[in-house]
Write a protein that binds this ligand. Structure first.
Ligand code: SF4
Length: 161
């Protein structure tokens, strides 16, 4: 995905704002509380991050991606992101999530465990609504796209700068 460097810069500035940091921290707390309450089964199968093999896709906004991007100790190159796409998984999947502490909200909500009550989709919808409102408050472009395509755009921007 080609993303204008100026748009990435705006997302990164917005992600560093007090509003974004407070909103994302609050959402993470709320997600953690709900996950503790629901107690989904996790056997570390890796299904949540092995997208193609398990028919799962992670969609995020540019602002959420910028939040994680700013916190990465090591940022992936375009080649690494593309290799992960070709392999059907996330570039941060190692023996588990290699960026566990700074993984985006969508990764914190999704569990492959059965969810007959629909709590995951309800929580994902509520969080997404809040993130969308955050884009509006901070007056930054709204883009909702597949995680690795956003990462590829950020990595390409880094190479170009
Ligand atoms: S960032 Fe981590 S939790 Fe999210 S999809 Fe990638 S490996 Fe999985």
């Amino acid at each position: 995905m080609v993303i204008d460097a100026a748009v990435i810069a705006r997302w990164c500035d917005a992600a560093a704002s007090i509003d974004a940091q407070a909103t994302i921290a609050r959402l993470q707390d709320e997600i953690a509380t709900e996950v503790r309450r629901q107690r989904p089964l996790c056997v570390s199968s890796g299904k949540c991050c092995g997208f193609e093999a398990h028919g799962h896709r992670l969609y995020l906004t540019g602002l959420e991606t910028a939040w994680t991007w700013a916190r990465l100790e090591r940022r992936p190159s375009v080649r690494e992101v593309e290799a992960a796409m070709a392999g059907g998984s996330c570039p941060f999947l190692a023996s588990g999530c290699s960026i566990h502490g700074v993984r985006p909200p969508g990764c914190r909500i999704y569990f492959c465990d059965r969810d007959p009550a629909g709590w995951q989709s309800a929580l994902a919808e509520r969080c997404h609504h809040e993130i969308r409102s955050l884009h509006e408050r901070l007056d930054v472009p709204y883009r909702y796209a597949e995680w690795r395509s956003l990462l590829a755009g950020f990595a390409a921007g880094e190479t170009a700068s």
